[in-house]
Design a binder for this molecule. Structure first.
Ligand code: ASP
Length: 323
């Protein structure tokens, strides 16, 4: 009888908790540097989710390092009360393939809240790169083997994965220069300290438009329609057969977050993805907000599992691991 009473009380307090949620600020942990593309998505999304969550404050906390695993681990171990959630990208699929000692489990340490967007990538160089088109860039790469610096946001990041694919496609090895996010990498690219980078359009479109960097290819099957990016050829047009990669972003809460709280967060995410302001901002940066079933937690979870399987062989071929 006592046990039954305790169980009933637990269910009641769970329900009361979920009903009053959210009653204080929510923190979205971004595992990359402020001012970069993942951070950009998070800040715009936070603004769009605030109203649907009853005008609650949403704080962005940048927790950096180790290809996003430090920030992700922080959320995996956080109190499962819906007040600390994670926004991460394709690194959710690269980490299980890369980290020899994963401090958390992608499939069982999180409640999946849904997917946010798909973001193409662009191959860009320092503005002083002499190559005028992709053919000339290839000639330059071949002529400068052993001297090429490729920036990225650390092992397992989107820029790292795209860089691995690019080196493989052009058959030129480059020196990887890791940063804590691609915002500082972009500063160094503009300054000419590094030669090349492949990064999300959410970071590159403004710089391409302002001609602060040179753009040679987009990673989508078709050219993009975004005004800033529409004249850039696809890497497939450039001759890199089958070169296609899109970076997705999703939201995650610690395992054990009450189902009603998960539903509230997913409902707010769906509302944000229909917010014309959010859609417009994303489109201007070349990103596409999710309108298909991957916005549902279970579908997003299936999608991430498929991505983990897809990236396994690419990472294994590169033989780069984090111990
Ligand atoms: N664009 C970065 C990446 O390559 C992440 C970031 O700085 O937001 O994963």
């Amino acid at each position: 009888m006592k046990k039954l009473f305790a169980a009933a009380m637990a269910v009641l307090s769970f329900a009361a908790f979920a009903q009053s949620y959210p009653s204080k600020p929510i923190t979205i942990v971004v595992p990359f540097v402020a001012g970069g593309p993942t951070d950009r998505v998070a800040r715009d999304l936070a603004e769009a989710m605030r109203k649907p969550l009853g005008d609650v404050s949403i704080i962005i906390e940048n927790v950096l390092g180790a290809g996003s695993s430090i920030g992700s681990n922080k959320v995996a171990k956080a109190n499962p009360d819906g007040y600390t959630i994670l926004l991460n990208h394709i690194a959710m699929a690269s980490m299980p393939n890369l980290l020899r000692n994963m401090p958390f489990k992608i499939d069982s340490d999180f409640e999946y809240l849904g997917m946010i967007n798909d973001v193409p990538m662009t191959v860009i160089t320092r503005p002083t790169m002499p190559a005028k088109n992709f053919k000339e860039l290839r000639d330059w790469l071949n002529a400068n083997k052993g001297k090429i610096n490729l920036g990225n946001a650390g092992i397992g990041s989107a820029s790292h994965l795209c860089g691995l694919m690019f080196q493989n496609a052009v058959q030129v090895d480059m020196t990887s220069i890791p940063y804590k996010g691609t915002a500082p990498a972009m500063t160094d690219l503009i300054g000419g300290q590094i030669d090349l980078m492949c990064d999300q359009t959410t970071n590159t479109s403004a710089q391409i438009e302002a001609k602060k960097v040179n753009a040679y290819g987009v990673t989508t099957a078709k050219r993009l329609t975004t005004p800033a990016l529409k004249d850039i050829p696809t890497l497939q047009e450039d001759g890199l057969k089958g070169f296609e990669v899109t970076i997705w972003h999703g939201l995650y809460a610690p395992k054990g977050t009450p189902p009603d709280v998960v539903t509230k967060l997913n409902t707010a995410l769906k509302a944000a993805l229909k917010d014309p302001d959010f859609i417009k901002k994303q489109e201007a940066l070349g990103a596409v907000v999710i309108t298909d079933k991957r916005v549902e937690p279970a579908e997003h979870k299936k999608f991430v599992a498929a991505e983990i399987a897809k990236w396994g062989p690419v990472i294994a071929a590169a033989k780069e691991y984090i111990d």
